[in-house]
Design a protein around this ligand. Structure first.
Ligand code: DAH
Length: 329
């Protein structure tokens, strides 16, 4: 029996020392250590031995079996960890993944450009809230309650007294109430209109308001400033026109159109801003002496002028967040 124990141990060692994978190792385990394995058989045989012979074989058999078990456990964990390593194999020759850098939204870029041009013309930047009082959005700007001009701007009311501002003009009111002339400021921001959404209008858009109040401001200066802006923004050969118009808070008032020409299509005039001389009533409302001071003001639609400059045919694309559009700028 001793010979057979020795032989089993020797064979077991040879079998696990040959190139082996986890599957074959399991076969070896069953063959030697399984319920019907060689060592189990030897133990069965051992049980049958006469009592006095047992000590002679017991120790050897136990030792051989635990050694086999130990060698098996070691090899198994080694094989398992190398298999895991193989799964994590990193191919260092693969090209790296590109880092996607974001960029400023085209409206932000347009706003930055407008601000830059007007800063160069001596304007400072001033901002006001998007949630505004009816008082500042309309009343102070010479739109009395029930005035038909209120219909020019469909309004999102929050309650009887508050609304989402329909234009950036109420920021003029805030500024004039808090500052003594001379005032020369640019007021950019979001505005809201309860309008049917289409290629031309959206419920939200951006405006840039301008205001200059001093002792002898003229309409000619207003025109000169706006033309300087148009030329810097669109280029020297921009085609524009000033057209008489009406706003409750300016007198006289005008609108500026820029010629919109898409390839293969008929060109047309597109309105980009309203402007005029600040109505004396507005100056009186904000307690600025309207005998001494005059002012001009203007308000332009940022989406409109971005559409013109970059040939965008539908205002909604600015808000869709479609990367195919955004990545072009
Ligand atoms: N607030 C006007 C609008 O949203 C635009 C405007 C017109 C602003 C004339 C002005 C202005 O400051 O003088 O339609």
């Amino acid at each position: 029996m001793l010979d057979r124990i020795e032989l089993a141990e020797k064979n077991f060692k040879t079998e696990i020392e040959s190139e082996i994978d986890l599957e074959k190792l399991e076969e070896v385990r069953i063959k030697y250590l399984g319920r019907k394995g060689l060592f189990t058989e030897l133990f069965e045989e051992f049980k049958q031995l006469p009592k006095e012979e047992k000590p002679k074989y017991g120790q050897v058999l136990n030792k051989a079996k635990s050694l086999a078990q130990k060698l098996f456990d070691e090899l198994k964990s080694k094989l398992e960890s190398s298999e895991a390593e193989q799964k994590e194999y990193i191919d260092l020759t693969l090209a790296g993944r590109g880092v996607n850098l974001g960029s400023k939204h085209i409206l932000t870029q347009t706003l930055d450009e407008i601000k830059g041009i007007f800063k160069g013309l001596g304007f400072s930047i001033y901002e006001g809230p998007e949630l505004e009082s009816d008082h500042n959005n309309f009343e102070m700007l010479n739109f009395p309650a029930d005035h038909p001009a209120r219909d020019m701007q469909d309004t999102f009311f929050v309650n009887d007294n508050f609304l989402l501002r329909t234009h950036t003009s109420p920021v003029q009111v805030r500024l004039m109430e808090n500052t003594k002339p001379p005032i020369r400021a640019l007021m950019p921001g979001k505005v809201y209109r309860n309008e049917a959404i289409s290629a031309k209008s959206y419920c939200l858009f951006h405006q840039v308001e301008g205001l200059y109040v001093d002792e002898d401001v003229t309409f000619a200066e207003l025109k000169g400033t706006l033309v300087a802006f148009l030329k810097q923004f669109f280029g020297e050969d921009v085609k524009y026109r000033f057209r008489p118009s009406f706003f409750p808070f300016t007198e006289p008032s005008a609108e500026v159109d820029v010629w919109w020409q898409q390839k293969g299509k008929e060109g047309k005039w597109l309105e980009i801003l309203g402007c005029g001389m600040v109505d004396p009533n507005v100056l009186e409302n904000v307690k600025i002496d309207n005998e001494k001071y005059v002012g001009y003001a203007f308000g332009m639609g940022v989406e409109r002028i971005a559409m013109l400059k970059y040939g965008v045919g539908d205002i909604r694309v600015f808000f869709d967040n479609d990367k195919r559009f955004l990545e072009q700028f």
